[in-house]
Ligand binder design. Structure first.
Ligand code: PEP
Length: 281
């Protein structure tokens, strides 16, 4: 992926008709966690109506508390994929936390006739789960969104990406999602989007930003602009190739991370802002 630049392999890949590279740009707006069919359908319709073909939908949720909603898992995959097909979604970013999820997703995609594709997300808690990385690297060519570990160095996270590549899967997008600090920050994590150009300089990977998990709140500045929007603009203007962002039709009813979700009527404005930041880049 570029840590050991020993050849001039292309720095882009295509999956299910969508191109990913250091010169492409895709927005993955969607639900942090799949909750019910009605919300999923509202979200997918909004994504389609706003000209997008990618989304995020979490089925397996890694939660801090064992008593919190853990995601519907395998059970929701058939109807989520079926609905995604109905709305012309080409790629869904979906986190996996265990190797068995890889097979569950592949089987459900197959059984529903591959109406859509999945970008496997490996979250910040599993960045250095080397056995999971090796299995994903070996067993699939599905693209992988590997999030930066929230408490390790950038170098360690980039080496984690190499675990995927060294086992055979080079279709990797690197995700920045903020870092933990003990400073009592107003945001859930310290936004690290100044590292977008750094990762692009050091590797061949396209870089994703996740403003929702970085900021963690719908708080707005004195200008009335949501901090999530500000962070997004910073990351996109810095050259991000992908934005993973949480929306929800009724955030108060979201089962995971409702307080950071944007509202569906805000999607057109969000995409316009992103376009302006992209032009600024
Ligand atoms: C997520 O994207 O749903 C998530 C849990 O992200 P992270 O791994 O960055 O916390």
């Amino acid at each position: 992926l570029g840590r050991h630049k020993d050849d001039d392999r292309p720095s882009h890949f295509e999956y299910n008709g969508v191109r990913f590279g250091q010169d492409t740009f895709n927005v993955f707006a969607g639900l942090c966690a799949v909750d019910n069919r009605e919300h999923v359908e509202m979200m997918l319709k909004a994504v389609r109506d706003n000209g997008q073909v990618c989304t995020r939908m979490g089925a397996y949720k890694p939660r801090t508390s064992p008593y919190a909603f853990q995601g519907h898992g395998k059970a929701c995959l058939p109807w989520v994929f079926e609905l995604a097909g109905k709305y012309g979604i080409k790629v869904i970013a979906m986190e996996i936390t265990h190797e068995s999820h890889l097979n569950e997703i592949s089987e459900a995609l197959h059984q529903t006739g591959n109406p859509t594709g999945v970008m496997l997300q490996i979250g910040t808690r599993n960045t250095q789960n080397f056995e999971l990385l090796k299995i994903v690297g070996r067993q699939t060519e599905m693209p992988v969104l590997l999030k930066r570990g929230f408490g390790i160095t950038l170098d360690e996270s980039l080496n984690a990406a190499e675990y995927l590549a060294s086992e055979g899967n080079r279709n990797v997008v690197f995700g920045l999602r903020g870092m933990k600090t003990n400073m009592g920050d107003p945001h859930r994590n310290l936004v690290d989007f100044a590292h977008v150009p750094v990762v692009k300089r050091l590797t061949r990977m396209p870089v994703c930003i996740d403003p929702s998990h970085s900021v963690g709140t719908r708080a707005a500045g004195p200008d009335g602009i949501l901090d999530v929007m500000h962070a997004t603009a910073q990351g996109v203007a810095a050259g991000a190739n992908m934005v993973l962002v949480d929306f929800h039709p009724v955030p108060t009813k979201a089962l995971v991370d409702g307080p950071q979700a944007l509202l569906i009527p805000e999607l057109p404005h969000f995409l316009e802002d992103v376009q302006i930041a992209r032009e600024a880049y």
